[in-house]
Design a protein around this ligand. Structure first.
Ligand code: 1GP
Length: 250
């Protein structure tokens, strides 16, 4: 099946080559109204992608959240699953994450085996994604829940070789993540090294709170910037970060 997210990321000559994705955690919304508000601001700001998921969904309802997003916006909605239960057929697609920075077999392949029959039957666009956790200054939910050690932030060589291995294994996207609410985002030098070593698109997230940090990550080589926490606290930041990301040329 034609994969519109990957096609878009590989497209040459795009006036806005850098993409801005919002990470929406179903637990963070008190009501449908607050999801609708995010949809409105995201549409007005030209947000490119909505990712839905979390390390742990305790109270929120993934299915309802995705349904509401599909109803109130035309922006592509992709699942960013914390586990094999976080699947909704209502989404456009799913980042099928293999946690290649860790050595937890369940998150490298185990959960995928459980999810495979359902995914195979679904109409979801599947994006095979090499997911790499990078140390962002403190233990994040994702490193705790995944029971894996993130790559140290000053070990760009390890990050580079991990991403290269992911590409060689056939993964089609690399997502480098300092984890939600990371104290420090991933350094520009690490992004540069990783981007220079792969030819598949690179997503960068975790701890990005300002338009300036987003621009630096884009200039270093990120193709997609993901922000979650910061916009949950200040929804208007969506406009500023979207404009900053879209101002960066190829
Ligand atoms: C986490 O990359 C995302 O998986 C976004 O991180 O919530 O820190 O923006 P933040």
């Amino acid at each position: 099946m034609k994969n519109s997210l990957l096609t878009d990321l590989h497209k040459k000559g795009n006036k806005k080559p850098k993409k801005f994705a919002l990470l929406l955690d179903p637990d963070s919304f008190e009501s449908n109204k607050s999801i609708q508000r995010v949809c409105k601001v995201s549409e007005e700001s030209g947000v490119d992608l909505l990712l839905v998921g979390g390390s742990l969904i305790a109270n929120g309802n993934l299915e309802d959240c995705v349904k509401t997003l599909r109803k109130y916006t035309t922006i592509p909605v992709y699942l960013f699953p914390g586990d094999n239960l976080q699947i909704s057929e209502q989404a456009h697609g799913i980042l099928l994450l293999s946690l290649i920075s860790g050595r937890n077999a369940d998150l490298l392949i185990g959960k995928h085996v459980l999810a495979a029959p359902r995914l195979k039957k679904s109409k979801l666009q599947i994006v095979p994604t090499g997911y790499m956790l990078i140390d962002g200054g403190h233990i994040t939910s994702v490193s705790y829940m995944s029971n894996t050690t993130p790559i140290p932030s000053d070990k760009a060589d390890i990050a580079m070789c991990t991403a290269m291995a992911g590409e060689l294994l056939g993964l089609q996207l690399i997502y480098m993540d300092a984890g939600s609410g990371a104290a420090q985002p991933i350094t520009e030098s690490m992004i540069k090294r990783v981007k220079g070593a792969i030819s598949i698109p690179l997503v960068v997230g975790g701890g990005i709170r300002t338009p300036d940090q987003a621009v630096k990550a884009c200039k270093a080589g990120a193709d997609v910037i993901v922000v979650g926490n910061a916009v949950e606290k200040d929804i208007e930041l969506i406009r500023e970060i979207a404009a900053a990301v879209h101002s960066v040329k190829a």
